[in-house]
Design a protein around this ligand. Structure first.
Ligand code: XUL
Ligand code: CO
Length: 435
């Protein structure tokens, strides 16, 4: 049984190929900076956008007709497993990610949902054993069900909090069963609509409490995936507590969760927060908290989370440079939290879109590796901060100065000579590196 009869296993054929089902730049075994591309990139396929997205939007009905649709929700769920692993294998993607609700229907009760999850994760485990595809991370969807209207861990309703906790426990049991390398918390509705009726500190304490329960449960069952928080400033909540990397790190530190939680950073979430992707990665790195990446891109003309497949080589190069500076992304990976545009409704578009994303990351990786080999940014930064390498600058960074001594220095010296940053020249040179 195949769901993609038109497509063989996708291979690297170089940029001159006319075969649309071929990689033009991603050559999994090619060595870049001493290791194969696939080890740098650790690509993961997202179950939700790939298997469950129906192409509807606030103004339009579902459009995606998928060959894995069955007669019942469970039949569809079983077919999806088959189709999903065919996609992973054909793309040569070694990892995948899912929410609990992506893989199995919720049914009429929590107990039925959990039983459905048991059945489907048995199938998934079989497929993982057959194909060697590994679980990068799973997560619990605690934002779609109507009960989460006021949040999950930040809810005002303690009964809802208990259900959220049960979903996290189940998520960790599944993570253990499938050997998950990370476990993600994205707080879709962990935020507030208005401060008029919200106790912000209380809600955040409750969120921290749930994280602590998760860490404790992982220890109890001797399964310790890397726990990750995924920041996002808004959508669906008007104001989400995990606004961006810096806000999330403040939360992690406030509740003493350093070491227990790192960050899963998403390109389009960075844009929504008014940052670049590389900014978010650099902030995480400065706290030694870079965990994993959700790869996609937003649209500068639109103000929402469009989750487009990444095709912007410039942005991806700068993100990959940060990853290289981090010494890699493992045990995290690069998860395509990306969806095909509504007008790309044919099933094969799912493969073409991932090929585009993987090729773009391959180009970004190569460009970033060249920048690193040439010491492009190192040199620029070294020159820029050179005044702190000698004389008074050296004494400042060695903590040998104070306000009085620096005042004395400033009064006894002439106005400093300033140098231009030549930003346009730098950008012109940077363009030469884009593969
Ligand atoms: C939503 C989003 C999620 C998380 C996992 O914007 O990014 O899909 O990645 O819940
Ligand atoms: Co995401």
């Amino acid at each position: 049984m195949t769901y993609f009869p038109n497509v063989e296993k996708i291979k690297y054929e170089g940029s001159n190929t006319t075969n649309q089902f071929a990689f033009r730049h991603y050559n999994s075994e090619e060595i870049v900076l001493g290791k194969p591309m696939k080890e740098h990139l650790r690509f993961a396929i997202a179950y939700w956008h790939t298997m469950t997205q129906d192409g509807s939007d606030p103004f339009g009905n579902p459009i995606n007709q998928r060959p894995w649709f069955g007669k019942t929700p469970m039949e569809t769920a079983r077919n999806r497993v088959e189709a999903f692993f065919e996609i992973c294998e054909k793309l040569g993607a070694e990892y995948f990610c899912f929410h609990d609700v992506d893989i199995a229907p919720e049914g009429e009760s929590l107990a039925e949902f959990f039983a459905n999850l048991d059945e489907i994760t048995d199938l998934i485990k079989e497929k993982m054993d057959q194909t060697g595809v590994k679980l990068l991370w799973n997560t619990a969807n605690m934002f779609s069900n109507a009960r989460f209207v006021n949040g999950a861990a930040s809810t005002n309703n303690a009964e809802v909090y208990a259900i959220a906790a049960a979903q996290v426990k189940k998520g960790l049991d599944i993570s253990k069963k499938l050997g998950g390398q990370n476990y993600v918390f994205w707080g879709g509705r962990e935020g507030y609509e208005t401060l008029l009726n919200t106790n912000m500190s209380f809600e955040q304490e409750n969120i921290a409490r749930l994280f602590k329960m998760a860490v404790a449960y992982g220890e109890k069952i001797s399964h310790k995936p890397q726990f990750l928080i995924e920041p996002k400033p808004k959508e669906p909540a008007k104001h989400q507590y995990d606004f961006d990397a810096a806000t999330t790190m403040a939360f992690i530190q406030k509740y003493g969760l350093e070491g227990d939680l790192k960050l899963n950073l998403e390109a389009n979430h960075a844009t929504l927060a008014g940052h670049t992707f590389e900014h978010e990665i650099a902030v995480a790195r400065s706290y030694d908290a870079l965990g994993s990446l959700d790869a996609n891109q937003g649209d500068v003309l639109l103000g929402w989370d469009t989750d487009e497949f990444p095709t912007n080589i410039y942005d991806v190069t700068l993100a990959m440079y940060e990853v290289l500076e981090n010494g890699g992304i493992a045990p995290g990976g690069i998860n395509f939290d990306s969806k095909v545009r509504r007008s790309s409704f044919e099933v094969d578009d799912l493969l073409l879109a991932h090929i585009a994303g993987m090729d773009t990351f391959a180009r970004g990786l190569k460009s970033a590796a060249k920048l690193k080999e040439d010491g492009f940014f190192d040199r620029l930064k070294e020159e820029r901060y050179a005044s702190f390498e000698k004389g008074i600058g050296k004494k400042i960074v060695e903590n040998q100065e104070n306000l009085e001594s620096l005042t004395e220095y400033a009064l006894s010296h002439d106005e400093p000579t300033m140098t231009s940053s030549h930003i346009e020249y730098i950008k012109n040179l940077l363009n030469d590196y884009l593969v």
